[in-house]
Ligand binder design. Structure first.
Ligand code: NAD
Length: 358
């Protein structure tokens, strides 16, 4: 297989963790005989410093002409004073919009040896392995009318939760397809007891489900889901939900596993998929060889599975991560007594060696 991968390290720890993921992808290419072409671009604050904008035309064109995008993180205190439309974070919105990335996939999986890093009890979180599929370009963040207007005696703020059949259909398909790579169970999360948009959501999800008889579908109200996630998260396989509910539930699910440095994500659309860790640029530890590269390496594994359909290759990377953890290697964020403390580059190297030993 031949593929072109846009590599956008961005800011802060992005510059340290992305090269580790690229090393793994190169090793996958060698071992499994795929030809990956890596082309780097500037994004976020580093692009502002070079050319004055967070998403240069060149970077956007690179992303559009690639099969997949690997991103580190953007932002940092240096650029916090800029006006909103020039801030590094605008690059993410621009990429999402221009690449039509309507589906955000965030797995939350607990590595058993890291159970102590979670704020929840081991018996609650042990064995959790779930995937949140969040709609990313519709719903209340984009619906109109929106705004704040003056009314007699004060002001009135308005946002509109709106979904069309087509928007629901395409995200539901992503969830059912993803479930087929997992334990074949989808829980659709809505508020159909109160919201008309949720009533439509539920109806369309049921209709799309007829094309996936091998996948089990259930429905849950969002308030109950928020509770069930901390009460009994093991019950979930794929959680399918709207932009707003997904924003909240995916953060809640991420926290179950304890460390932000471990969790990957994928954003999918009509064109190139975008793969990135869920964390930000971590300016407090940037440039110190302290960042955990696992979230980014696991994002590269998601790229292999979701964009290139190379499931065996993705599993080989995940296995190498698991082995490194089993061998006791830990970056500072997941370090506990009795384990081996290593830096970003060393953790990348150990995972690479485990991968090469296959
Ligand atoms: P953050 O995720 O960067 O950091 C939160 C905490 O987690 C910090 O203590 C950090 O040291 C730690 N952390 C994050 N990644 C880690 C890793 N790989 N290994 C070990 N520890 C890690 O969030 P923040 O501090 O709120 O934001 C910092 C900057 O990142 C801001 O400018 C923000 O806008 C930006 N940001 C970008 C993205 C993105 O690029 N997708 C996402 C969130 C925040």
């Amino acid at each position: 297989m031949k593929a072109r991968i846009a590599v956008l390290p961005g800011d802060g720890v992005g510059q340290e963790i992305v090269p580790e993921a690229v090393r793994l992808l190169k090793a996958v290419g060698e071992r499994f005989h795929h030809v990956f072409e890596f082309v780097s671009g500037d994004v976020g604050g580093s692009a502002i410093d070079k050319v004055g904008v967070p998403l240069p035309q060149e970077t956007l064109a690179l992303a559009q002409q690639s099969d997949a995008v690997l991103l580190g993180a953007v932002g940092g205190p240096r650029w916090d004073g800029l006006e909103y439309h020039r801030r590094p974070e605008r690059a993410l919105l621009g990429l999402r919009e221009q690449l039509g990335l309507f589906a955000n996939l965030r797995p939350a999986r607990l590595y058993p040896m890291l159970a102590e890093a979670s704020t929840l009890k081991r018996e609650v979180i042990e064995g959790i392995d779930l995937l949140v599929v969040r709609e990313l370009t519709g719903g209340i963040y984009f619906g109109k009318p929106k705004g704040i207007e003056k009314i007699p005696g004060g002001e009135r703020g308005v946002n509109t939760e709106v979904y069309t059949t087509e928007e629901i259909r395409r995200i539901a398909k992503v969830a059912f397809e993803a479930a087929r790579k997992r334990r074949r169970r989808v829980t659709s999360v809505d508020k159909a007891n109160v919201l008309e948009s949720s009533e439509l959501w539920r109806r369309v999800v049921i209709e799309v489900h007829t094309g996936y008889p091998d996948v089990e579908l259930s429905h849950m109200y969002v308030d109950n889901c928020a509770m069930q996630l901390v009460r009994n998260p093991r019950q979930f396989d794929v959680l399918l939900t709207t932009n707003l509910f997904g924003d909240i539930l995916s953060d809640e699910a991420a926290m179950l596993t304890g460390s932000i440095g471990m969790l990957p994500s994928a954003s999918l659309g009509a064109r190139a998929g975008l793969y990135e860790p869920i964390h930000g640029s971590a300016p407090d530890i940037a440039g110190k060889n302290l960042a955990n590269p696992i979230a980014t390496i696991a994002s590269a594994a998601m790229m292999l599975a979701y964009t290139f359909h190379l499931d065996k290759e993705a599993e080989a990377i995940e296995h190498a991560i698991l082995k490194a953890l089993e061998q006791g290697y830990r970056t500072r964020d997941i370090h506990s007594r009795g384990t081996k403390l290593v830096g970003t580059a060393e953790m990348g190297q150990v995972i690479l060696e485990n991968f090469n030993q296959g």
